[in-house]
Design a protein around this ligand. Structure first.
Ligand code: ADP
Ligand code: 5GP
Length: 200
């Protein structure tokens, strides 16, 4: 079986990354989501092991020291990281694995796994981003401001991504996500074996 694609999704907090990924997963069964570890406190409604594995700083540092994380970064005062084993196991089973991670971690993945597909999701405007963050109701006014400042900075540093999805209409954004996965599955290198089999 051929290996699945590693798909890295980044973009401003509140751009709609989780929403778009969940929508795409609702109509495709060949995509799975890598649940990260974080030292951030759970938001109301978030479940341990589903949205994140919520761990303390000590356990986080143990995971870093034990090389258990594929990448890790600090984002607005909290640590986040991607457990390595889950990702490697699913990729070897042929699944397309999605990482929803910020730009410093994405840059580490891009360097260590150059085959990873890099996707940046943005809202149609900063005003819309502010509306979505306020509407989500999960952050204080100060935290929203910190995330918006970080968003502006991330957009300046996003040159190394392969694709941009503008999340204006949710259905269209999820379709674009799905189209990117399809295009990557059709890559010459991924399908080269069929050409060899024709010569036999
Ligand atoms: P992220 O994962 O990028 O931080 P979320 O998926 O949590 O963002 O989305 C932020 C907020 O914006 C949520 O309240 C979500 O329902 C809303 N949202 C997501 N996509 C759209 C869209 N296309 N149009 C309007 N609201 C959206
Ligand atoms: P939130 O606190 O809103 O859930 O996430 C904040 C930021 O952390 C988002 O940009 C999200 O993509 C990013 N993030 C979530 N998990 C990880 C991870 O495992 N590694 C890195 N580097 N960033 C992550």
């Amino acid at each position: 079986m051929s290996k699945g694609n590693l798909i890295v999704i980044s973009g401003p907090s509140g751009a709609g990354k989780s929403t778009v990924v969940n929508k795409a997963m609702s109509f495709r069964d060949d995509i799975c989501f890598s649940t990260s570890v974080t030292t951030r406190a759970p938001r109301p409604g978030e479940k341990d092991g589903v949205d994140y594995f919520f761990i303390d700083q000590k356990r986080f540092e143990e995971m870093v020291a034990g090389n258990e994380l594929l990448e890790h970064a600090v984002y607005v005062s909290n640590s986040y990281g991607t457990p390595r084993k889950f990702v490697e196991d699913r990729l070897s089973e042929g699944m397309n694995v999605i990482l929803d991670i910020e730009i410093q971690g994405a840059s580490q993945v891009h360097k260590n796994k150059p085959e990873a597909v890099m996707v940046f999701i943005v809202p149609p405007s900063i005003d819309e981003l502010r509306k979505r963050l306020t509407g989500r109701g999960t952050e204080t006014e100060a935290a929203i401001e910190a995330r918006i400042q970080r968003a502006i900075q991330e957009c300046r540093e996003a040159d190394f991504y392969d694709y941009i999805i503008i999340n204006d209409d949710l259905d269209k954004a999820a379709e674009e996500m799905s189209s990117i996965i399809n295009a990557e599955l059709c890559r010459f290198d991924k399908r080269r074996d069929i050409l060899n089999s024709f010569g036999k």
